[in-house]
Every structure is written in C-alpha cells, then in structure tokens.
Ligand binder design. Sequence first.
Ligand SMILES: NC(=O)c1ccc[n+]([C@@H]2O[C@H](COP(=O)([O-])OP(=O)(O)OC[C@H]3O[C@@H](n4cnc5c(N)ncnc54)[C@H](O)[C@@H]3O)[C@@H](O)[C@H]2O)c1
Ligand SMILES: O=C(O)C1=N[C@H](C(=O)O)CCC1
Length: 250
Amino acid sequence: MSKLRVAVLGAKGRIGSEAVRAVEAAEDMELVAALGRGDGLEALAESGAQVAVELTTPASVMDNLDYCLRHGIHAVVGTTGWTDERLARLNAWLDASPGTGVLIAPNFSIGAVLTMKFAQIAAPYFESVEVVELHHPNKVDAPSGTATRTAQLIAQARQKAGSAPAPDATATALDGARGANVDGVPVHAVRLRGLLAHQEVLLGAEGETLTVRHDSLHHSSFMPGILLGARRVVTTPGLTFGLEHFLDLN
Ligand SMILES: NC(=O)c1ccc[n+]([C@@H]2O[C@H](COP(=O)([O-])OP(=O)(O)OC[C@H]3O[C@@H](n4cnc5c(N)ncnc54)[C@H](O)[C@@H]3O)[C@@H](O)[C@H]2O)c1
Ligand SMILES: O=C(O)C1=N[C@H](C(=O)O)CCC1
C-alpha cells in the first residue's frame, strides 16, 4: 500500500517539530516536506504532498491554506486565530477546490476534545460556568483557540436548553478582571513559565461545583490527533471544524 505523503508547515516550531517526528515515525506516512518561515511554498506541490499539516502562526495560516487549496492539497490545521471572517474566506476557497478537505482542530489532544464534550453536556445543568485556560508564556494569542471553542460550545448548549444567563452581581471591575466574554461565557487566560496547555471548566449550582480539567504535559499529547486528522482528511472533502467529528463523538 502506498504511503500518505505529508508535509509539515511550521516544522521548526514547538508543535511542528514534534509533528515532523511523529509523521516520520508513522509507518503509513512519508514526510515529503518540512517547511519553516521563509521557505517557498512551491516545495509543497513539487514534493507531491497530499496533506499539509499547518502549525505556524495566525499571521501565516491564511496564505498557506490559500496555496494548499489552489493546488488541491488537503490540510490539517492546528494554528489558532479563527474568526467568522476567516472561516468564510476559507469556505470560499474550498468551494473553488471541490474534493479537497481541511480539518481545523482547536485542540488535537483526546483529553481536551473530551473536556469540551463533557463541558457541553454539563453546561445546561449548572447556573454558572466559566473557563480558565493556562498556557506557557510564549503563546502569542489569548484566549486559546481551545478555550474560545469550549466557550462557544457551552453557549450553544445553554442556548439550546433555554438556560438563563449566569448570575453575576459585579457592578464595578478593573478592565479584564472578569475575563473575556465569549458568547456570554467568561474566559480567563493565565500565562505561566513551566506550563504547556491546560484548561479548567468551572461549573456551579446551589451547594455544588463541578470542575472539568485537562492538562497537556507534553506536545506528544497532540500527535495521535494530528495523525488521525491526516488519515481522515483525505477522504473528507470540505471543512471539518473539530477533531470530535473524526472521533465519532457527535
Ligand atoms: N490545535 C492544537 O492542538 C495545537 C497544539 C499546540 C499548538 N497549537 C497552535 O499551533 C500554532 C503554533 O504553536 P507553537 O507553540 O508551535 O508556535 P511556535 O512559535 O513554536 O511555532 C510556529 C512556527 O511556525 C513558523 N512559521 C511562521 N510562519 C511560517 C510560514 N509562513 N511557513 C512556515 N513556517 C512558519 C515559525 O517560524 C515557528 O517556527 C499556534 O497557533 C498554537 O496555538 C495548536
Ligand atoms: O501551545 C499552544 O499555543 C496551544 N495552542 C492551542 C490553543 O490555543 O488552544 C492548543 C493548546 C496548545
């Protein structure tokens, strides 16, 4: 059986360098390109890459995906910074490249995906819910893509259930003290040397609280999700948002 030809973009970065090693170690994959900042994208088409694993920066991801979709190269994207406007642009490119698939995964780790699922299930049963994400201090965006997605999923679940807004009597607050408001859910971002990627969803009701916590302790936690994404995206045209769709969790 022929091997899946995979390229990694952001190959010298924290997660990209781990992805290079994971693809090289996968028996059913061949690493055909490993590109860093400043490397020409033409190496993707010239190498015959079927899938590009995009792990760069919010500033670079759109140009890289534009190239991939113009060349019919599927993409597995871990880079953050997704807005409605960016998703609309990506969907337009996908419409012009029928048969090509893109997976955007706010988080590739199974534990983080399950955290989001558990939070979604629990959210309508508690009056209060807030998200705290904690990351290494080299992270350039806040709140994390995972926390933003978690808050959006919580808000959707509460809206569907007809939940009331969470109680909050705050009348005066320093800017930022109550976190960022993501669809009505407060999201707090901590940046601390020694951490990698962590998240707590705090839920509260009269007389009880529930905390759903996940810790990524090493970048290896993201690798099974990236490899699964690469295997599945080649037969899944269009946009898939969230690894849960490839884990049959929906
Ligand atoms: N979805 C997930 O599970 C997951 C997990 C970890 C990190 N991330 C995200 O992945 C991204 C990268 O994170 P990181 O910690 O590895 O950052 P990093 O800064 O260590 O790595 C990014 C790398 O991309 C390179 N780069 C920038 N522009 C490029 C371009 N045009 N072409 C090729 N390479 C380019 C940079 O030089 C750098 O080496 C961030 O958005 C982060 O939030 C996602
Ligand atoms: O280290 C990072 O940067 C991470 N980014 C993703 C996010 O913003 O959610 C996933 C976790 C690690």
